[in-house]
Write a protein that binds this ligand. Sequence first.
Ligand code: NZQ
Ligand code: ZN
Length: 381
Amino acid sequence: MENFTIYNPVKLHFGSGVLSGLGKAAGAFGKKALLVYGKGSVKANGAYSECTAALGQAGINLFEYGGIKPNPVIEDVDQAAALGREKEVDMVIAVGGGSVIDSAKLLSVAIPATHSAWDFVEGVRKPAAGLPLIAILTLAATGTEMNHYAVIQHDALKKKSGYGHRLMFPRHSFLDPGFTRSVPAHHTAYGITDLVAHSLEAWFGEGEASLTDRFILAILQEAMQYGPMLMKDLENPGLRARIMYAATCALNGMTTPGKKSQDWGVHGVGHCLSVLWDIPHGASLSIAYPAWLELQKDRIPDRITELGQSLFGTSTTAGTIAGFKDFFAGLNSPLSLGQMGIHPTIKEKDELVKVMGTNEVDGLAHRLSGKDHRALAEMML
Ligand code: NZQ
Ligand code: ZN
């Protein structure tokens, strides 16, 4: 077991009606807020009106930046940061899914600066200050509500990169599972896939930490038991709540203590699929994970079958891979690019391999070579 430090300052409010605390939380940070949201779901499901009403009652003056797209882009972050600078806001409030919250995290450290937030992502500059960020989550998937990471796309460079800084932890996150009841079936499935993938990135990390492994298995079991039930009963508040909390736990630091690293190779591959074809994040992972497991099955058979034994009662790598494929297929999360209607030409496959190189899709624990990138590209068709 490795030495470790645990630091997570997010004040997480979970459950029905928790937004009643939003006004007080925001009031502690000042009087002017930049409210960030996506392409309209929050206006349809009531989250926007509930937030603006609570903030209005608390006397918070709101400036809005809407239209953040799924697989968010750096241009929106920079434009929203410029607005926040111009209006001299005291805080940033994000209402939506991971794309909105990640954009808000980056712009909360970009507002006090004068350059593009991409400089942070590329490591050219470090944030010196961050505005307080409040997140109101409406989609269970990424875990962004309780971590300090943001993932952002630079279309011109064909890059999708993750970046983390301690100034980017939300000060408060409000998770009312009721807001996730309007998430359509396909995004519900991709969210479950994402939380499973986060658990797997931790499982396949480097180092031994038995209790952490048990936490990881518990999160996987929760997702595998209740995820399929939720897919059949999308309005069920209890199931929405279970999946929402599981998604938070899958990437809030609980799955790392005692390990040397996680892996993140599969996420790297998935990000390349999103850069090239704008595939939703979770869908990219159900395509990439079975291919990655095939690639690794003779390299790390014991680690794969240990998982298979706990989750599917199988003692073979083939049985484990089949178990994951059946699980993703049962959610209706795609297993191949073809299932997303994407049939890459030879030139497009070459481009995918190239983009995996420029995005440094290496894997931290199980290193991927250029030859592996080529093999994965062929296996995801
Ligand atoms: O844009 P709107 O209209 O809001 O619609 C969104 C979007 O179309 C919709 N949606 C969200 N909440 C809804 C809803 N529709 C109905 N009812 C609701 N309550 O869902 C669609 C997808 O939203 P998005 O925010 O893109 O999904 P998700 O939460 O899965 O976030 C994905 C992004 O997070 C990154 C991914 O790479 C991707 O860019 N990730 C962030 C991580 C982190 N910060 O820790 C880790 C993850 O591995 C991941 O990489
Ligand atoms: Zn993910």
